[in-house]
Design a protein around this ligand. Structure first.
Ligand code: EPU
Length: 338
């Protein structure tokens, strides 16, 4: 089923007013096979949309087909003494899934609480927060190859996960539609509270031996204190990635800016806080019209009202330019542009 001239206002967390010339809501993998048979995907410009929480539409009209993944369902695949394997349909809400697993006491997802978006989109950019990444709980996924309609299983290595990236964002970009993701969760959770802000929050609450529920609650309060709720203030989380730079460059910068924030990354490299870089260029809380950066977290590009996609993009590019001029570092976008 394909509809014409459908509003995407509800399907993008920047809250932009966008209309798609063609729109297809997918609730079942069979519908994807139909699109392939009709050669729609090889001939028409198209966009695969999950929760719309990581996309910035530049224009108010998307002249192509938006394939909105809405499939639902979760099943327990198998259980061992220590683990549960759970298969989740791509269109399920990520945060609802996390809540359900945390309530069951299964471990692994608690640090990833309250991330907007769908389960199927999560592996594409290997979502991460508070010291955990999707790859840490990932078992395998099923995807449909749009070039020939074949169903393909990808294990963890085949997904080529990296920091906010995977094979589906690089080599195989736009080639597959993910239909299910299988997770391996722990029945006897191993708590990870190494992330500074999380550790601090639990300490302040006087919680010495946190449960998955405690960790999830702390992550939710930290997120609420810094990150704007897209239902109130349009945004797509971090707009840029934290740049990874060579130790030698980091040391140079540190001499000039002793308070620069960076963390050890791969051997010989540091991951620099993009929020710090943006804050130092005076873009934190700054707006041009209705587009600007959040006043509590400088990495969040915000639609303060009726900004257009292009206005948001221009503000982002101005901040990026300021970071290049001040630090010689080129920020890379985390959000996809459509
Ligand atoms: N900081 C500033 N200014 C700010 C905000 C932060 O200088 O306005 C500095 C502080 O020193 C702070 C440090 O940056 O301690 C780290 O800040 P934060 O904990 O907020 O994390 P982040 O590096 O800015 C990343 C992810 C977030 C994720 C958090 C927590 C990226 C691009 N972003 O942000 O992910 O929630 O860590 O793990 O890696 C997302 O991807 O959309 C996202 C929100």
């Amino acid at each position: 089923m394909m509809d014409r001239y459908v509003s995407l206002d509800e399907y993008n967390t920047f809250g932009l007013h966008v209309t798609a010339s063609y729109y297809s809501k997918i609730t079942d993998a069979g519908e994807i096979f139909d699109l392939i048979k009709e050669s729609v995907l090889t001939e028409e410009k198209h966009l695969i949309l999950g929760g719309g929480s990581n996309v910035l539409f530049l224009d108010d009209f998307y002249n192509g087909l938006v394939i909105h993944i809405n499939s639902k369902g979760k099943i327990l695949l198998r259980e061992t003494v220590n683990d549960v394997y759970i298969r989740v349909a791509a269109g399920e809400s990520w945060s609802d899934f996390v809540v359900e697993m945390v309530n069951q006491g299964y471990g692994g997802l608690e640090n990833l609480s309250m991330i907007p978006g769908t389960v199927g989109a999560a592996p594409i950019q290997n979502i991460g927060a508070y010291g955990t990444e999707l790859k840490d709980v990932f078992y395998q996924l099923t995807a449909i190859d749009l070039s020939n309609g074949e169903k393909v299983l990808f294990n963890r290595a085949e997904c080529e996960f990296g920091y906010r990236t995977s094979v589906f964002k690089t080599r195989l970009k736009d080639r597959f539609i993910i239909t299910h993701v299988d997770f391996k969760l722990k029945k006897h959770p191993v708590i990870n509270v190494n992330y500074g802000a999380l550790h601090q929050h639990l300490y302040e609450k006087g919680i010495a031996n946190p449960t998955v529920n405690d960790v999830s609650n702390s992550v939710i309060s930290i997120r609420k204190s810094k990150l704007p709720d897209p239902a109130q203030l349009g945004n797509a989380g971090s707009f840029f990635k934290n740049p990874v730079v060579h130790n030698l460059l980091f040391q140079d910068l540190q001499r000039e800016f002793p308070d620069i924030v960076g963390y050890n990354d791969m051997k010989g490299f540091k991951k620099v806080s993009a929020a710090w870089l943006i804050e130092k260029t005076q873009w934190k809380g700054k707006r041009i019209g209705n587009a600007g950066f959040h006043d509590k977290q400088a990495l969040i590009l915000v639609n303060y009202g009726n900004a257009t996609g292009r206005e948001l993009f221009q503000v982002a590019m101005q901040a990026k330019q300021a970071v290049i001029e001040n630090f010689g570092i080129e920020l890379e976008m985390e959000v996809n542009i459509a």
